[in-house]
Ligand binder design. Structure first.
Ligand code: LHQ
Length: 262
């Protein structure tokens, strides 16, 4: 598939998927979704790729749904739920369960669904000038793309409510303080730091990462006893991986491990 709204770069074991409509601050249109699906299929099928970086071209990360795509005033009764069912919800489900570590490299504004797509990634890194904005209330909508699920878990109910009702821009420094962003970096070193973090994850124990992600995501719905059972099952699988043997050998030989991801 030829991409017009996104760019995909695979360098070594890191795939960088960029939203690429900088003139609209990387708004996501109907044509963006099939491209994203195709790119994620390609990344998932490439067993050499062990980390996904999602970012935006130009000065923004993503401004959410393309608000110029439909003639709202004259298009009758719109079913926005259909768009979520067909496009955003599968995307968020897929990112949250993606089998390799994912980094949202939030290089600039991340608004509306764009903010919540970032939250669906495992690690959020932000440029100091970037911000997140639950912009939905400004246009009479409710937060979607997983925002009402991720936010209260990340920052607590009251902060989530304030973010969604005021719909203000939340600067990167506040995102870091509240635990939304893992780290923020000055704009001039942001790209280099993203590459550094991606390289670390891409050299990690990919299978153990996948199991850890799954267990952490499942923890919200499990009681302690069920979670302990899940940890047992996950550890059983990780314990029979080649990376476990390599990790222990490396520890005993006082050297860095060379994980193969399996
Ligand atoms: C845009 C957009 C945009 C098109 C900037 N679309 N052009 C909704 C419905 C359906 C189902 C699924 O779910 C959703 C979820 C959603 O995502 S709804 C929320 C959609 N997003 C927003 O409400 C955010 C809209 N954008 C903004 O509020 C601002 O652009 C932000 C705060 C992101 C950045 O502000 P500025 O830095 O001041 O930039 P700007 O506003 O001047 O934008 C630059 C250009 O990008 C401008 O075009 P122009 O031709 O005037 O230069 C904007 O119109 C365009 N743009 N966002 N979402």
């Amino acid at each position: 598939m030829k991409y017009e709204h996104i760019k995909l770069d695979i360098s070594g074991s890191v795939a960088t998927l960029s939203l690429a409509r900088p003139e609209r601050l990387n708004a996501i249109g109907a044509a963006t979704h099939p491209e994203l699906r195709d790119a994620l299929d390609r990344i998932e099928a490439d067993k050499n790729v062990r980390c996904l970086v999602l970012t935006g071209e130009g000065r923004a990360f993503c401004s959410g749904q393309d608000l110029t795509e439909r003639n709202i005033a004259n298009s009758g009764k719109l079913d926005l739920g259909a768009s979520l069912d067909a496009n955003y919800n599968p995307l968020v489900r897929r990112l949250a369960a993606f089998p390799i570590p994912t980094i949202a490299a939030v290089n600039g504004p991340a608004a509306g669904a764009g903010a919540n797509i970032a939250l669906a990634c495992d690690i959020v890194l932000m440029a100091r000038s970037a911000y997140l904005q639950q912009a939905f209330a400004r246009i009479g909508l409710v937060p979607d793309a997983g925002g009402t699920w991720f936010l209260p878990r990340l920052v607590g109910l009251k902060r989530a409510l304030a973010m969604c009702l005021f719909a203000d821009r939340i600067p990167a420094e506040d995102c870091e303080r509240m635990g939304i962003a893992w780290k923020i970096f000055d704009d001039d070193i942001f790209a280099a730091e993203v590459s550094k973090h991606a390289a670390i994850l891409a050299a990690g124990p990919t299978l153990a990462y996948r199991l850890a992600k799954h267990a952490l995501m499942a923890s919200g719905a499990n009681d302690l006893s069920a979670q302990l059972d899940l940890e047992r099952d996950s550890q059983r699988e990780a314990g029979s991986s080649r990376d476990f043997i390599e990790g222990v050998m490396a520890f005993r030989e006082k050297r860095l491990p060379r994980f193969q991801g399996e």
